[in-house]
Design a protein around this ligand. Structure first.
Ligand code: ADP
Ligand code: ADP
Length: 225
């Protein structure tokens, strides 16, 4: 029951192969942690799934469709980076509404969906704030809202918590788990932090040097007798 399927995926920068022949199958609604040391190919893999890097080999299927050559904005995949890339001159509501406002939707629907998503990430009342007037954690929630409002099939989170201090990081862990429970969205969470992966994920994909070394639930990977 693969929902997101990477088959024989090869990812290169010029002539240098960063990820050779990767195979990975993710079920609908799973919370996956992609765990591994810096430089092992986590972001490269995420960029390919998001459509920001064209594979030099292999295919990507989502929900039964081959999306290998589908443009990034038509894949139904949301992306949240560690640098939030919020629009500084727009308010929180305008930032959250941004993707919807590019579509031909009734203004009332955009407004209602924006309000609902801001409430879901705990930002009701912050509609009129600019990003600079919000804390790091609030900006992170806003980046999450801006992706979720598009109702993506898969949400990719690339080291989303690494700019936050330790206390906020713990808070955002539970926040992300709550959002996952509430929305049921399939999530792939990139991290180099084993504790984070263990605390949050349904399954952990352990990468090293461009390859998948192990895949399993936290207990399968770390509680072996
Ligand atoms: P991770 O996200 O796990 O830290 P990356 O996917 O960023 O790893 O990097 C995987 C490999 O690809 C590394 O060897 C890195 O140096 C290389 N790489 C990443 N981005 C580029 C790029 N834009 N140009 C050339 N090489 C890159
Ligand atoms: P408008 O004045 O027509 O709302 P804005 O430029 O202020 O236009 O807003 C841009 C987008 O942000 C609109 O799609 C709007 O629905 C949304 N938006 C603005 N304010 C709010 C709010 N308080 N709650 C929810 N959505 C909002």
């Amino acid at each position: 029951d693969a929902y997101l399927n990477l088959s024989d995926l090869t990812l290169s920068y010029g002539r240098s192969v960063a990820v050779p022949n990767l195979n990975l199958s993710i079920a609908k609604g799973e919370f996956i942690a992609l765990l591994g040391p810096s430089g092992c190919g986590k972001s490269t893999t995420m960029r390919a799934v998001a459509g920001l890097l064209q594979p030099t080999g292999g295919q990507i299927h989502l929900d039964g469709q081959d999306i290998t050559r589908t443009p990034a904005n038509k894949r139904g995949i949301g992306l949240v980076f560690q640098s939030y890339a919020l629009f500084p001159h727009l308010t929180a509501a305008q930032n959250a509404a941004f993707g919807l406002s590019l579509q031909k939707l009734p203004a009332a629907e955009i407004r209602a969906r924006t309000e609902a998503i801001l409430a879901k990430v705990g930002l009701s009342g912050f509609e009129a704030r600019k990003p600079a007037e919000m804390s790091g954690g609030q900006q992170q929630r806003l980046a999450l809202a801006r992706s979720l409002v598009m109702e993506p099939k898969v949400l990719l989170l690339d080291e989303p918590l690494s700019n936050l201090d330790a206390k906020l990081r713990l808070e955002m862990r539970s926040e992300l788990q709550r959002v996952h429970r509430d929305t049921g969205v399939t999530m792939v969470f990139v991290t180099h932090d084993q504790t984070e992966a263990l605390a949050m994920a349904d399954r952990i994909v352990l990468m090293n040097d461009g390859r998948i070394e192990q895949i399993g639930t936290p207990s399968e990977l770390y509680n072996r007798p």
